[in-house]
Design a protein around this ligand. Structure first.
Ligand SMILES: [Zn+2]
Length: 356
């Protein structure tokens, strides 16, 4: 993540507590008592159980209860511990705890709980009694992004995130994917709003915990300041001063090298999960000429008192560093600035006069 979310106070965390009750107080304490007696202690679960319009909820939780009634005490304890362990999202990402594979549990139990939990996220959080008690996903989403002041995806730093003015919201990514970690499907410590490219095109259902340890955690309490480093190959400079519109000179990754100010396992996992370096390279390659033209414009504008190419580079870097894609534009221009004398000479030789 280029940035991380600061968690907010919101009732949405209650949603997962209803499921915790179901696991710890109902299933893991299954005995000869009918399930109805145990559900009475939780008004939300009790209401869902009695709701005849929910076709699957009652039969599914009843079947799991029946399986749990036949489990040994140790098997029930294993279920409880696995659920608890696999919901310690930050510690799993930090590598402090290891995920427990569901194959470790009683086979009849695993067969029933996996489809239940995988189906839970979409259904459960949209049911009236749940959102009346825990709030709606959209209200949590808006508050989270407003308080964090995010209008761009914190993960890649430039992808669009829907805002309070948008219809709907951007999707929540199950950071530990449901496919591998279904027990945390309703845990909002594991649900992160990120852009569609980061979520669907790049991350998908990759088991992020298998990438290495520690890995990035999107709600991490400590987060280093990541800066992008760009190195332009001197021999390729001619391709960077091609007049606007002529983007036919294809740039290769050896001509624009991307790196970061920090090299550690977390940065590497972020890069691998979201294909960051390749995407940043693409953004710079696409914008390389228009960004350089911004510098030319400053240099050639008679209204602006800029005497050297170097000063024009400095001015644009200063003005644009906090704008959209500024975190890529600035290091790109800084790298070109090292060769500003060459760019000026090449412009003069080629008679490049796009601006004037
Ligand atoms: Zn993104």
């Amino acid at each position: 993540m280029l940035r991380v979310y600061t968690p907010i106070a919101h009732n949405i965390y209650k949603a997962h507590s209803f499921i915790e009750f179901l696991v710890y107080e109902v299933w893991c304490k299954a005995d000869k008592t009918p399930i109805e007696h145990k559900l009475k202690l939780n008004h939300v679960l009790n209401s869902l159980y009695k709701n005849t319009t929910l076709k699957k909820f009652k039969p599914e939780i009843t079947e799991i209860y029946a399986v749990c009634q036949k489990l040994t005490n140790k098997e029930k304890k294993d279920f409880e511990n696995t659920f608890k362990n696999n919901n310690r999202i930050e510690e799993l990402c930090n590598g402090i705890v290891k995920p427990i594979p569901l194959s470790f549990l009683n086979k009849n139990l695993t067969k029933k709980i996996v489809p239940f939990f995988k189906g839970l996220y979409i259904g459960f959080l949209s049911w009236k009694v749940v959102y009346e008690n825990a709030g709606e996903k959209k209200s949590y989403y808006d508050k989270l992004n407003l308080e964090n002041k995010f209008i761009e995806c914190p993960c890649c730093g430039y992808g669009d995130l829907k805002t309070i003015y948008s219809k709907g919201r951007s999707a929540f990514d199950h950071y530990l994917p449901q496919k591998h970690y279904p027990l945390s499907s309703t845990n909002f410590n594991n649900l992160v709003p990120i852009c569609t490219t980061c979520n669907s095109d790049e991350k998908g259902e990759v088991d992020v915990l298998k990438i290495g340890k520690p890995i990035y955690y999107p709600f991490a309490k400590k987060h280093p300041k990541i800066e992008v480093k760009v190195e332009i190959d001197k021999k390729a400079l001619q391709k960077f001063i091609t007049p606007t519109g002529k983007l036919t000179n294809k740039i290769s990754k050896s001509e624009i090298k991307i790196d970061f100010n920090i090299k550690d396992d977390q940065i590497e996992s972020w890069n691998r999960i979201f294909n960051i370096k390749a995407r940043y390279f693409g953004k710079i390659a696409d914008n390389r000429i228009s960004w350089l033209d911004d510098v030319r414009q400053f240099y050639r504008d008679p209204q602006i008192n800029i005497n050297t190419y170097e000063s024009a580079f400095d001015k644009v870097i200063q003005i644009d560093s906090n704008k959209h894609l500024g975190f890529l534009k600035s290091p790109y221009l800084k790298s070109l600035k090292l060769n500003s004398y060459l760019i000026k000479a090449m412009d003069e030789v080629s008679g490049n006069s796009i601006i004037n």
